[in-house]
Design a protein around this ligand. Structure first.
Ligand SMILES: C[S@@+](CC[C@H](N)C(=O)[O-])C[C@H]1O[C@@H](n2cnc3c(N)ncnc32)[C@H](O)[C@@H]1O
Length: 352
């Protein structure tokens, strides 16, 4: 065996970067949950001042602040011993509604670590692991990580990119948001299109309870926006102008069955909006930082979620356009196109 020293050094350099990120992730979750970033956003200070303001132990806080400084999440001034966040750090770490808000992603990682024993079992047996079998950190983290992207793109870019859908929604349409989770997308659409009615469906009862609370907290009329427990392959209702699925088609065991049911539930001129994680068709074209995030999440979350359902299609979070098109056409749709994209999402339009 001939180890090439430069290749090994490069690999170990990457490793230091990776293990630093992994260890740092837990400190981000703590900072988020204790409100430390939000307090720092109000103004910097020494560890002792910040400990008083956040009602935390000063020695622990100094270590946490040092970890943040070493990771570039908080700035440090050696001359004064003060820690502070710049505008960009505040935008990404402390502003819940900002399009760059990232702490939710770290909650998803918490779930992945808690899921290790179940995942080892699943990998040995080939059995599935349902979405509902995960830690609540996944449900909250998904909502908090995805909502900023939806807030930044859904109403401003994605819906206008679909043929005539924006007009229909403004005039008053009937919309189903299938696999809606905590309902972030449903609430955003309901706020933007007050003449339309919305129903969010998800098979996970706890998520539907949460979505109902979110709609109530947003002051939405329960007659216009409601949430029901139902599966994508047999949700109730029909004559929808728009059916939307956000980041869940690839999680389903029977995405073709879901596609066929969506088709039956739409008006003849209705639209199916499919939002999926950004992916190229081939693995070799997804070997990049975004693909790394999605393949890792897909190993622990999406692929076993599909395996746990009838059909067990296991599309994976990096299904890509060709496989999605195939599912949609097998479901009976004759029109399919990519309507929009961001670094994290692909948005497709399908019509009966
Ligand atoms: C990654 S989450 C996305 C949630 C939400 N759409 C969002 O973008 O925030 C996937 C969701 O799909 C739901 N789901 C998975 N399979 C489903 C099925 N067959 N029918 C209905 N919901 C399903 C899960 O319960 C989960 O809430």
């Amino acid at each position: 065996m001939a180890i090439q020293e430069d290749k090994l050094n490069a690999f170990m350099g990457n490793f230091v970067h990776d293990i630093g990120a992994v260890m740092h992730a837990a400190t981000v979750v703590v900072g988020d949950q204790l409100g430390l970033y939000k307090e720092l956003a109000k103004g910097g200070g020494t560890a002792e001042e910040l400990a008083r303001r956040t009602d935390t132990d000063a020695r622990y806080l100094r270590e946490w602040l040092s970890a943040q400084a070493a990771s570039g999440y908080v700035g440090y001034e050696p001359a004064t011993g003060r820690f502070a966040m710049d505008e960009e750090q505040v935008f990404a770490l402390a502003e819940e509604g900002s399009p760059a808000f990232i702490p939710g992603a770290f909650q998803i990682a918490v779930d992945q670590f808690k899921t290790i024993p179940k995942m080892m079992q699943a990998m040995r047996t080939g059995l599935g692991l349902g979405w509902h079998e995960h830690d609540a950190a996944l449900f909250h983290g998904t909502e908090r990580f995805f909502r900023p992207g939806y807030a930044a793109n859904l109403v401003g870019n994605w819906i206008p990119a679909l043929d005539s859908v924006e007009r229909t929604l403004k005039d008053g349409a009937s919309v189903a948001d299938v696999g809606c989770g905590h309902g972030a997308s449903t609430v955003l659409m309901a706020q933007a299109y007050p003449a339309s009615t919305f129903v969010g469906y998800d098979y996970h009862g706890a998520s539907i309870d949460h979505a109902r609370q979110a709609a109530e907290a947003a002051g939405l009329d329960a007659k216009r926006v409601r949430f029901e427990v139902a599966r994508a392959q047999d949700f109730p209702g029909g004559d929808y102008d728009l059916v939307a699925v956000f980041d869940c088609l690839h999680d389903m065991g029977d995405p073709v069955g879901a596609a066929a049911h969506v088709r039956r539930s739409l008006k003849p001129e209705g639209t199916w909006m499919i939002v999926e994680p950004f992916a190229n068709d081939k693995l070799e074209d997804n070997i990049n930082p975004v693909g790394r995030v999605f393949y890792s999440a897909s190993t622990f979350i999406c692929t076993p979620a599909s395996r746990a359902q009838d059909g067990a299609a296991c599309l994976g979070a990096q299904a890509g356009e060709a496989r999605t098109r195939d599912v949609v056409s097998q479901g009976g749709f004759t029109h399919f196109r990519r309507a929009a994209q961001t670094p994290f999402n692909l948005v497709y339009e399908a019509r009966p």
